[in-house]
Design a protein around this ligand. Structure first.
Ligand SMILES: NC(=O)c1ccc[n+]([C@@H]2O[C@H](COP(=O)([O-])OP(=O)(O)OC[C@H]3O[C@@H](n4cnc5c(N)ncnc54)[C@H](OP(=O)(O)O)[C@@H]3O)[C@@H](O)[C@H]2O)c1
Length: 275
């Protein structure tokens, strides 16, 4: 069956995660976040990706309550920030995020960044958070192959997800393959290159063939590669446009054209080579 906005992947923990959702990094707290999340829910998005760092967990939680959607209908991800690494501080940080969200549990709790030194203790706390039902799945973000190898050598619970920057312009194929071999689902951040490459001439040419926008092509490229996509926008028209990616299919030839755009350029953060 083809992909729809309701499509889900089953994570290694057995939890089902939507393949498409809204990211809210750099969306200001208060009205802008509330408006983005509300527009997304109206368009059928059922996944919201926030973080302590984004300072808008309260607003995400407030919109979910206002809409009165059953708790299991929207998949909520939040993340542990770098200053909260360590066993006790991770437990506390998770409680604090749940408090701000006003939720008894999140669907996915991610370690935002592989902070050197404390990350092993942090992961033990993440495993406890999972066991206690404060998160239905736990995972990591910005983990490159060496970070994952280190974690896999000592963990009891394999991360369910690794969230890292991915787009045709940064097609981290080796990392994707490594994650898949370990049963770790791949989630793309900055799937629209933070807007930097939407004007790329070659991308526009491919998009025109499908009567779609460059943003829609980038999202669809990720979905067809089995990647979870969380584009961000504060504009209701863009939020709607970004969800209209389930009524067309990029041909294998054009997928190869898009794959060939890889330049290895990071538009968000670059965790490559970090200890
Ligand atoms: N774990 C991490 O370390 C990490 C790092 C980065 C991002 N993330 C997550 O991934 C999410 C997405 O990544 P991102 O926020 O970096 O950027 P992104 O989704 O790649 O790009 C967002 C930019 O694209 C523009 N845009 C969105 N839809 C558009 C459209 N249809 N046409 C034209 N422009 C469009 C937005 O502007 P408008 O608002 O004007 O539409 C915004 O400037 C984040 O919000 C966050 O949840 C996680």
């Amino acid at each position: 069956m083809g992909l729809t906005i309701q499509s889900k992947v089953t994570l290694n923990s057995g939890v089902e995660m939507p393949v498409f959702g809204l990211g809210v990094w750099q969306v200001p707290p208060g009205a802008p976040t509330r408006k983005s999340v509300a527009s997304a829910l109206e368009c059928g998005y059922r996944l919201v990706d926030t973080a302590k760092l984004y300072a808008n967990e309260e607003d995400v939680g407030a919109v979910l309550r206002e809409r009165g959607l059953p708790r299991d209908e929207v998949f909520v991800t939040t993340k542990l920030w770098n200053s909260d690494h360590g066993y006790e501080s991770t437990l506390k940080a998770c409680e604090a995020s749940l408090g701000r969200l006003g939720l008894p549990w999140v669907d996915l709790y991610l370690v935002h960044w592989p902070v050197p030194g404390a990350r092993k203790d942090t992961w033990r706390a993440m495993e406890r958070i999972l066991k206690e039902g404060k998160a239905r799945a736990i995972g990591v973000s910005n983990y490159m192959v060496p970070h994952l190898e280190e974690l896999l050598a000592s963990c009891d619970v394999v991360p369910a997800v690794n969230q890292f920057e991915l787009s045709p312009f940064l097609y981290q194929k080796g990392l994707i393959e490594f994650c898949r071999k370990q049963g770790i689902a791949v989630e793309a951040y900055s799937p629209l290159t933070k807007g930097n490459r939407l004007g790329d001439r070659r991308l526009k040419e491919v998009s025109a063939r499908y009567r779609k926008t460059p943003a829609q092509l980038l999202i669809r490229w990720g979905l067809q590669h089995g990647i979870i996509e969380i584009p961000r926008s504060t504009r209701p028209d863009h939020i709607r446009e970004n969800a209209q990616v389930f009524d067309f299919e990029i041909s294998p030839e054009d997928m190869r054209v898009l794959d060939s755009f890889d330049e290895g350029v990071h538009y968000a953060w670059d965790p490559t080579g970090k200890p």
